[in-house]
Design a binder for this molecule. Structure first.
Ligand code: SF4
Ligand code: SF4
Length: 362
């Protein structure tokens, strides 16, 4: 059975029941970061925190080779000296891997480009890389706390763009916060000067989220800002969605649903679809703790203590119970692309029905 077929099957099944194993992992390689962002405190926690080792990573993927979609997270993953070896492990152990994705600041241009070149030997089926860019130069560098970071991000993005193919796509990721939500189109204009033929399809917009577990940003990101600014954010999203393609490939579909449901989230403060955390996906931190997702600070187990096998953890009574509660929205409720895409894919029937209702068919 091909890896694509297996993934499609798992996605369809996730619309009807909890999977016997997750198909997607958020896998956080490090909390180290060389940036000092205003909306995230990972940079402050990184140096003192435990970090998974290469032999541990190898053992984990050897025992959990059923994963179809792997999201690598940081910190900045290119601060790991062994990032190339991590990739070698991933592509030699995960026979069923379809999609690898991760975000980077783009600061280490050479490392990022040579990493992608190295991945070429494994012929990744799908590889998506997001270079974070949070404003025109001045705003971005103020928000990110690093002079020169805008030019670095653009240089890396241009380099990646020159390597793009049917299986590899780079994007610019714009995280909306109270500091920059009114500067998105100024950013597009500024980027166009450096990359004249860039299209809006090459931008991803997401909403800054508060996470006690991951970003530890409760003190620096007022959780209520987005709800106070919901009308202006909705207007921005409306304009963005109105100008870009909404269909044509799976990424455009996911983005389009994510952004249109973001308006619903801002109106209700409730996750707009039944969340698939612990049903199709989970989150693993650099110390091997397993959580439902990036936003829910509820440790289920520690994989290092349990021999790096996720299967028994997935079947724990506590894990199953938590999943039931999440399905009923008994959780912090969020709407972040880190978690929303598998939720969208696990709610296809509902999305389809809602679309028919919105055009008066039902
Ligand atoms: S948002 Fe990203 S780049 Fe900024 S401090 Fe957090 S992990 Fe580092
Ligand atoms: S809705 Fe958000 S906070 Fe709740 S479980 Fe899902 S991803 Fe986590």
């Amino acid at each position: 059975m091909s890896a694509y077929y297996q993934l499609a099957k798992k996605i369809i099944q996730s619309n009807f029941f909890r999977l016997s194993l997750p198909y997607r992992l958020s896998f956080i390689l490090t909390y180290k970061c060389n940036y000092k962002c205003k909306i995230c405190n990972i940079w402050a926690r990184g140096p003192g925190e435990a970090e998974m080792t290469l032999p541990e990573i190898e053992e984990f993927f050897l025992k959990n080779n059923y994963i179809s979609w792997l999201n690598l997270g940081g910190g900045e993953i290119f601060l790991r000296e062994d990032i190339n070896e991590v990739a070698d492990i991933i592509y030699t152990k995960l026979d069923n891997l379809v999609l690898l994705d991760f975000a980077t600041t783009g600061f280490f241009t050479d490392r990022v480009l040579s990493f992608v070149e190295r991945l070429g030997r494994y012929k990744p089926k799908k590889l998506f890389i997001t270079v974070s860019l949070d404003g025109p130069k001045e705003t971005h560098e103020w928000l990110r706390g690093i002079p020169g970071s805008w030019d670095k991000a653009i240089e890396t993005f241009r380099g990646l763009r020159s390597m793009a193919s049917a299986s590899f796509k780079p994007y610019l990721g714009y995280t909306l916060s109270k500091y920059n939500f009114d500067k998105f189109f100024d950013t597009v204009k500024a980027v166009k000067k450096a990359v004249p033929d860039i299209g809006l399809d090459e931008f991803h917009i997401n909403l800054a989220q508060v996470s006690e577990l991951y970003y530890q940003n409760e003190a620096c990101l007022d959780a209520s800002w987005a709800f106070k600014e919901k009308d202006r954010i909705s207007a921005l999203l409306g304009s963005f969605l109105g100008q870009k393609r909404k269909a044509g490939n799976i990424t455009l579909f996911l983005e389009s649903v994510y952004q249109s449901r973001l308006k619903q989230f801002l109106n209700t403060a409730k996750t707009p679809l039944h969340c698939r955390a612990l049903s199709a996906s989970c989150f693993i931190d650099p110390a091997w703790n397993v959580y439902p997702c990036v936003s829910y600070n509820k440790v289920i187990a520690n994989l290092k203590e349990l021999g790096f096998d996720l299967r028994p953890v997935w079947q724990l009574a506590a894990c199953r119970q938590l999943q039931k509660e999440i399905l009923k929205s008994s959780c912090p409720n969020c709407w972040t692309p880190c978690e929303a895409y598998q939720t969208i894919l696990g709610n296809l029937a509902r999305i389809f029905t809602n679309s028919l209702e919105s055009v008066g068919f039902l």
